[in-house]
Design a protein around this ligand. Sequence first.
Ligand code: FES
Ligand code: FES
Length: 156
Amino acid sequence: MKIQFELNGQLVDATAHPGTTLMEYLRENAYYSVKHGCDHGECGACTVLLNNKSVNACLFLMHTVEGTKIETLESLSSHEHIHPLQETILNAGATQCGFCTPGMVLSLEALDREKRDSDENDVRDALNGNLCRCTGYVKPVEAGLEALKTRKGQSK
Ligand code: FES
Ligand code: FES
């Protein structure tokens, strides 16, 4: 099965077996920021952006992403340059094992693209689908709020 879509700014002609999920395809192609968690749309570890919205990649079969725009954390940061949301989360000590962090960053990025004046409830809603076994959410919510406010200030 052939699928064409945009992945991190590049047009991709993908070949996948029927039944392959977007999460499986991405991990098979070394997009390791996309974590393999529950496989059932419950943990948010596999979060990616699909047409600027955060979604669980484990819930999308490859044929359903034809013609879409997919972004993983690899498109927002590199070894040389980390994303400002990641930087704030790191500086705030809002990550421990880090398994949930890529998904949280992308959920916050989706919120930032959708709404430039987010409050704490928006941040909590945005992170609602990103389960974290380590942090208790207080620091990620604080860091997310601070990062989005900082970006808003910088974009004025
Ligand atoms: S692995 Fe996709 S939501 Fe858990
Ligand atoms: S930091 Fe470990 S799961 Fe969130």
